[in-house]
Ligand binder design. Structure first.
Ligand code: 9MR
Length: 680
């Protein structure tokens, strides 16, 4: 018999409450004490069984403290909404199976950052009236910051304008360490999507932000907002510690809840510079210089010069540590191990500039060869060596081929570790049983980034499966049957710890907006609510959707950033089997030709609007076209739908034709991409 549901509204059949991708893994976990394999049935919205099978008993699952079986319905390729999985008298919450499952999560998880912006009004026209608010910390009373912020006593004798950036989390502090990592994740998401030919999905006018329509990809506009702040935190020339970054700026004392940012009356203070913050600035600004270059070269130059100054200053002050005791009014983000930050910053500077000094800093770092750069616990704000590895593994650079192969295999072996751990666990989580600490959901999403990067490096589908299954975990296939993302899933977190989205404390305030990720289970019970309510919890069940539980239920930029990364990855359409193309020369003469191209949708969902690209190897040029708009830039040809033929149903085809010129040879192109994805 299934174990009775542990909480009201929680069924024994735990699924991704949002759903599954038609071509992705589809597994569920059933909480049960039954020893014999249970039969499962997938039912569509009419109640008809569309697939069935037998679950695999797993027995005791340590992190959840439950006895479970796993049902695998991945072979089902249909799509629709309102499916349920029925097992032994229990029925899951309803879910969808569809290719565009993650499109809205991609934009909502990114919109989180606009909501968190400091120093700019949050506009109702972009977020709706409930989430609109005046600018916070622009020097307008009762705010005392952030336009002219003094240092803490003895740190400096001047003030700085450190407006802008994102509030870190439920508090209104701004921390360079966490800001650098979060910015890096956002820009890395764009850089990865660009390699996959899917950057248009993160491009201009894809987000609800004030900068939409400025010709620059919106995800980079959002990162720019934080990068400006990070650079304002750099100590100016002529002052002690010039080039270093102040560790953080926040209130002199902890503020109560709720508190809208513009109503914060506390004085704000700059805390002394630290090596870790300086290297976060160096790394994220060096990455900025590389990735922004095609869109905004002047900004790229500014980033590069800030990165170089930061690097030089960190080398001159390699052990300036933020103290653990400095947690009045804001978090400490203390870190006394910064050799990994040096490695990360050197890797970014090297990948961007190719300069030998930075290359030497990379190859001389113990982290270049350390087997723990990508650890079982993943990366995080204090552990950044993995970020250097991910950049060196994916961004073209001049390291010797054998060294690059070693770096890449360090990424795939870490991913192998996650895949095998997921296989042994009832809920397919990449973190170890003792890894459910403060921000564990961020750790899960960070591990998924390593998995997705391994998928990119090898094309091995097991890694994509792993990355997608972490999404299942975050969206409900977990010990509590809880979706940790506001607005996504039947039973989703909505009382995350936040000073403005504090509906639980004040009904006139909103819940967190859709797409906000809770920190997740923390077995150390690091706050009074968790201590009171969660005594004796199994590690993966140490979570409570209560605004007071800041150690399990806060939101934070460094947790939403990897979720946004993962959502963008999951939202990209499968790169295999979505299209098949035939290219036929109908008529060829000495200097010209006509040809017909036929595109078949071999996927399971309708293509709505298409762009087909290929390259001409023989100097051909398209001169006119019908049933599509065809343009050519050098050898690269792009055919757009003619609007009336923008829809291609599953299994259907569209054809278009054109006339062109050639110079003798007229070889037929063989590689085509539909909307950025390779066709077969
Ligand atoms: O994410 C941080 C976690 O790793 C630490 O254990 C914890 C205690 O120092 O702090 C977390 O970060 C918080 C920060 O200090 C202040 N803003 C909210 C952050 C998320 O809870």
């Amino acid at each position: 018999m299934p174990t009775p549901a542990s909480a009201a509204g929680t069924t024994a059949v735990r699924v991704n409450q949002v759903g599954y991708l038609p071509d992705g893994p589809k597994r569920a976990t059933v909480v049960t004490t039954a020893a014999q394999p249970l039969t499962w049935q997938l039912r569509d919205t009419s109640g008809a069984a569309v697939a069935s099978g037998t679950a695999v008993p797993r027995g005791a699952d340590t992190p959840s403290g439950q006895s479970v079986q796993v049902a695998d319905f991945s072979a089902y390729r249909g799509s629709g909404s309102g499916y349920v999985l029925a097992v032994d008298g229990s029925v899951s919450t309803p879910f969808d199976i569809r290719a565009n499952l993650y499109d809205s999560l991609r934009s909502d998880t990114m919109a989180f950052f606009y909501h968190q912006r400091s120093g700019i009004p949050i506009e109702a026209s972009l977020v709706g009236p409930a989430y609109a608010r005046p600018a916070g910390h622009l020097g307008v009373a009762p705010n005392q910051g952030d336009t002219s912020v003094p240092c803490q006593a003895t740190v400096c004798d001047y003030t700085r304008d450190v407006r802008g950036g994102w509030y870190d989390a439920g508090d209104q502090g701004k921390y360079v360490v966490n800001g650098g990592l979060s910015t890096w994740l956002m820009v890395n998401s764009f850089e990865r999507a660009k390699r996959a030919g899917a950057d248009a999905e993160l491009g201009d006018s894809t987000l609800r932000i004030p900068e939409r329509g400025n010709g620059i990809p919106d995800i980079l506009d959002e990162a720019h907002w934080e990068l400006d702040f990070l650079m304002r935190m750099q100590v100016p020339e002529g002052k002690p510690y010039a080039g270093m970054a102040f560790h953080k700026v926040h209130d002199a004392a902890w503020t109560g809840m709720p508190l809208r940012p513009d109503q914060d009356p506390q004085p704000r203070e700059l805390h002394r510079p630290s090596t870790a913050a300086t290297l976060n600035l160096a790394a994220s600004a060096a990455q900025c210089a590389r990735v922004f270059r095609p869109y905004d070269p002047a900004f790229a130059d500014r980033c590069l010069s800030a990165a170089r100054r930061a690097w030089t200053a960190a080398q001159a002050n390699p052990a300036l540590y933020a103290p653990a005791s400095d947690s009045t009014g804001g978090g400490a983000y203390d870190n006394t191990q910064v050799s990994d930050e040096f490695y990360w910053a050197a890797a970014e500077l090297y990948a961007t500039t190719g300069e030998s000094g930075y290359r030497d800093a990379v190859t001389n770092s113990p982290w270049h060869t350390s087997s723990t750069a990508l650890s079982a616990y993943g990366f995080g704000w204090a552990d950044t060596a993995a970020l250097g590895r991910l950049t060196l593994a994916t961004v073209p650079n001049g390291l010797p081929a054998d060294d690059l192969a070693r770096i890449r295999s360090s990424v795939t072996s870490a991913a192998d570790g996650y895949v095998s751990r997921m296989a042994t666990q009832g809920y397919a989580v990449p973190v170890p049983a003792d890894g459910y600490f403060w921000g564990s959901n961020g750790e899960v999403a960070n591990d998924a980034i390593v998995l997705a990067t391994a998928a990119e490096l090898t094309g091995d589908g097991r890694y994509r499966t792993g990355a997608l299954e972490t999404m299942d975990y975050l969206l409900g296939r977990n010990a509590l049957g809880q979706s940790y993302v506001t607005g996504y899933g039947t039973k989703s977190s909505q009382n995350q710890h936040h000073r403005f989205w504090a509906h639980q404390l004040d009904a006139s305030l909103p819940h967190p907006p859709a797409g906000s990720l809770a920190g997740g289970p923390d077995s150390a019970l690091d706050d009074p609510v968790a201590k009171e309510k969660l005594q004796g919890c199994a590690p993966a069940a140490c979570y409570i959707d209560d605004i007071g539980s800041y150690s399990t239920n806060e939101v934070a930029i460094n947790w939403n950033a990897p979720l946004a990364w993962l959502a963008a990855y999951a939202a990209e359409r499968s790169s295999t089997g979505v299209c098949a193309v035939t290219y036929k020369n109908d008529n060829v003469w000495s200097t010209g030709f006509t040809a017909t191209v036929t595109v078949k949708n071999t996927g399971s969902t309708t293509v709505d609007g298409w762009q087909l690209t290929w390259a001409y190897a023989g100097g051909q040029r398209v001169t006119s076209a019908w049933n599509a708009t065809v343009t050519q830039d050098g050898t690269a040809v792009t055919a757009h739908d003619a609007d009336w033929n923008r829809g291609i149903a599953p299994g259907a085809t569209v054809s278009f034709g054109f006339q062109g010129t050639h110079t003798g040879a007229n070889p037929v192109p063989t590689a085509f991409s539909l909307n950025g994805h390779a066709c077969t």
